[in-house]
Write a protein that binds this ligand. Structure first.
Ligand code: CAA
Length: 261
């Protein structure tokens, strides 16, 4: 696994993926998107003891300042639509990932960057984070899912305000409207908090964690019946070894040892 634009560190099973183009405020060019797609599509399988993922941006100025605008100039309608679809598909891999993915948002999270953090399961922002969907400033609409995920997270009315005005909002405002889970002082505190949350989740049954993500995502997918997914996955869990171990550990008043089966 050799990446040009991503840094990958395995910290006790927490894969920390850093988008590493600080000279362009970590803008997502073709290389970044292809590498994200490879990581969440297959490369994660070769990470020892992978339990969860953190996505962040290199440096302190930006998480990701959007898609790389400099790659837009030569695109016609078909190529633009294909670029958008590939980004959507990649972000879907993140949203549907079987272990939790937390975005640590340090600085600008704009356009495709705000969309990237919205595709993660949770968002922890440093106090200098700024969020926005500035596409209309470029005569564009969002291409990596903001027209869908922003209303899911903050409601239609506020989403339309942000999408149509291109206003940038602070970390505190993002928290007040439900866009981020927590705001802390700086990136290092954000990484610590993300790690604490992920460590807590890693003590739970891995099957149950994966199936919870699947069932919650089903709520937002009109092609799926979320209640049906919930009862099917509940059934799968209840006959799993993990659930047997969880119930036995409860009775024996000890901590469960889950195997993910
Ligand atoms: N694409 C390509 N390069 C970018 C970039 C982007 N999205 N954002 C910043 N950069 C580059 C700048 O061009 C600049 O490079 P040079 O030094 O070579 O000129 C470098 O990063 C530093 O940026 P600035 O000098 O502009 O830094 P600043 O502090 O003055 O401003 C900013 C910071 C407000 C974030 C500003 O850079 C900015 O507005 N960036 C663009 C934000 C944007 O419009 N994002 C949406 C992109 S479209 C999209 O994402 C569509 C989608 O949904 C898929």
């Amino acid at each position: 696994m050799k990446y040009e634009a991503l840094l990958l560190e395995n910290k006790d099973g927490v894969a920390i993926l850093t988008i590493n183009r600080p000279q362009a405020l970590n803008a997502i060019n073709k290389t970044v998107m292809t590498e994200l797609n490879s990581f969440f599509g297959q490369d994660y399988k070769s990470i020892d003891g992978l339990k969860s993922v953190i996505i962040t941006g290199a440096g302190n100025k930006a998480f990701v300042a959007g898609a790389d605008i400099k790659e837009f100039a030569s695109l016609n309608a078909a190529a633009g639509s294909a670029l958008s679809k590939y980004g959507q598909d990649t972000y879907m891999l993140i949203e549907n990932f079987h272990t939790p993915v937390i975005a640590v948002v340090n600085g600008f999270a704009l356009g495709g960057g705000c969309e990237l953090c919205m595709a993660c399961h949770m968002r922890i922002a440093s106090s200098n984070a700024k969020f926005g969907q500035p596409e209309v400033n470029l005569g564009l609409i969002p291409g990596y899912g903001a027209s869908q995920r922003l209303p899911q997270l903050i409601g239609k009315s506020k989403a339309l305000e942000l999408l149509l005005t291109a206003d940038m909002i602070s970390a505190e405002e993002a928290k007040s409207i439900g866009l981020v889970n927590h705001v802390v002082d700086d990136k290092s505190e954000a990484l610590d908090l993300a790690t604490t949350i992920l460590k807590k989740i890693s003590t739970k049954g891995p099957l149950a964690v994966a199936k919870t993500i699947k069932a919650v995502n089903a709520y937002y997918d009109e092609t799926q019946d979320g209640y049906a997914i919930e009862h099917q996955e509940f059934g799968q869990c209840i006959e799993s070894n993990d659930c047997k171990e969880g119930a036995l550990a409860f009775v024996e008043k000890r901590r469960a040892v889950f195997t993910g089966n």
